[in-house]
Design a protein around this ligand. Structure first.
Ligand code: PLP
Length: 438
């Protein structure tokens, strides 16, 4: 046990093995473009866009300038019964990027808040429609929807749920779509599993459609280790929702802003939900911000459901914060000017080939890649689940590469400015390191 004067003791780190980290800290002290600099003076190639969020690379001058200027002009202004121009402008820009019809934007400060906001909006919409018995929220096994009580209740990762009580009442879960027996090493969308969407019909048959408000899924499940939807799966979910008056929410906290090639996975993959949650990438991660895009009819039904006064009793002190909104506008400018979403789409094939070059690697049991995302699944070491990926994460960092380990899966999601040579470097290094892991 370290003493009271340990400078690392006070910060209770999120989602971290605190004791292990503090015994051997690895610190980042600055960042630029594709690289972090570590406290011991090394360049670390960012294979994960921080935490899937710095989509245009780090410390982009335009974004830094927008934040600096705004901080000196309007450090803060409330958006409860008052306003300032920046979030109106950003909302309009975001609305134009969303699939047709999702043009009403609510601002939050994180992905978790976006998820809880989306769930609350869905409940409020059903009530405003006169469908107040629809209170059930459906998620999916292995889903990650952040850490709020709503998010963990519809989420499907047991470690994020078991210590925290019963969660929201009246939730249920679809089965997840990970099926390595049929789909291992698939290219693009896996062929098998569209029928898993019929789980929603099973839950309708079990609970009654009149009890179900909404279903929330990540179009591509990221945090659980990159699960790409089977061909036809998302369309089938959409159809079942339409048949039964269920609101479909896509949690695009990871997939929005170019990660899979378009502004959203919804637009890229041709399935339009009723609500989209976003966060990572919105400001290029320079200031925390999230957003929820809502179909105009859903927004209008809530707005028109009350004769006057406040329509939606929900919001955050920092909804539409000036610094975040300024960073968001500057980030959208960078994405647009540099064509980064199209770049991700065009680089996708090169990226996928590079990822699949690891197929011959030791312990590699599956590889999944789409857009600029890849999941490399390792066989767990007997009796030591997650050890291999954790060791690989540390070895990669010590060799100048930031990757992400989740269970025994390595996830990669570099900034969309990544060059082909850097892609080669990432997978070359990983190929070498994976051979060294027992
Ligand atoms: N939803 C999804 C799909 C995510 O991947 C995440 C974070 O990884 C969240 C929600 C939570 O976002 P935040 O950590 O900003 O609260």
């Amino acid at each position: 046990m370290k003493g009271e004067n340990d400078p690392l003791a006070s910060f209770w780190m999120p989602f971290t093995a605190n004791r292990a980290y503090k015994a051997q800290p690895r610190q980042l002290v600055s960042a630029s473009g594709m690289y972090y600099q570590s406290a011991d003076g090394r360049q670390i190639l960012d294979g994960t866009s921080g935490l899937w969020c710095s989509n245009a690379g780090h410390c982009r001058a335009e974004i830094v300038e927008a934040i600096t200027k705004t901080a000196a002009t309007l450090d803060y202004a409330p958006t409860f019964q008052l306003g300032h121009p920046l979030p109106f402008e950003l909302a309009q820009r975001l609305a134009a990027l969303m699939p047709d019809g999702l043009d009403r934007i609510f601002f939050t400060n994180s992905g978790s808040e976006s998820v809880d906001t989306a769930l609350k909006i869905a409940l409020n919409v059903q009530r405003a429609r006169g469908q107040g018995t629809r209170t059930r929220l459906i998620g999916r096994e292995r889903a990650y929807h952040g850490t709020g009580f709503g998010g963990i209740s519809v989420g499907g990762l047991v470690n994020n749920r078991r210590a925290f009580g019963g969660g929201l009442p009246g939730t249920d879960h679809l089965r997840h779509t990970h099926d390595p027996d049929r789909n291992a090493f698939s290219r693009g969308f896996p062929q098998h599993g569209a029928e898993l969407a019929d789980d929603l019909q099973r839950l309708v048959d079990l609970h009654g459609a009149e009890t179900i408000a909404a279903v929330i899924v990540e179009p591509m499940a990221g945090s659980t280790g990159v699960l790409i939807p089977p061909v036809g799966y998302l369309h089938r979910l959409r159809d079942i929702c339409d048949r039964h008056g269920i609101i479909l929410i896509f949690d695009e906290v990871i997939t929005a802003f170019g990660r899979v090639g378009g502004a959203t996975a919804a637009s890229e993959w041709g399935v339009t939900p009723d609500i989209i949650t976003m966060a990572k990438g919105l400001t290029n991660a320079a200031v925390p911000m999230g957003a929820v895009a809502v179909k105009r009819e859903l927004h209008d039904v809530v707005i028109e459901s009350v004769p006057g006064g406040i329509e939606l009793f929900h919001g955050y002190t920092y909804s539409g914060h000036p610094l975040a909104a300024a960073a968001g506008l500057a980030a959208l400018d960078v994405y647009e000017r540099e064509g980064l979403f199209e770049r991700a789409r065009e680089l996708g094939a090169y990226w996928e080939d590079a990822a699949h070059s690891l197929k011959v690697g030791r312990h590699v049991v599956d590889i999944r890649a789409i857009g600029i995302v890849a999941g490399i699944e390792l066989e767990p070491r007997p009796g030591a689940p997650a050890a291999r990926a954790t060791e690989l994460f540390h070895a990669a960092f010590d060799n100048g590469l930031l990757i992400r380990a989740t269970g025994d899966i390595i996830a990669l999601s570099p900034p969309l400015i990544v060059e082909k040579a850097q892609i080669d470097e990432m997978f070359g290094k990983l190929a070498e390191l994976v051979e060294r892991i027992d």
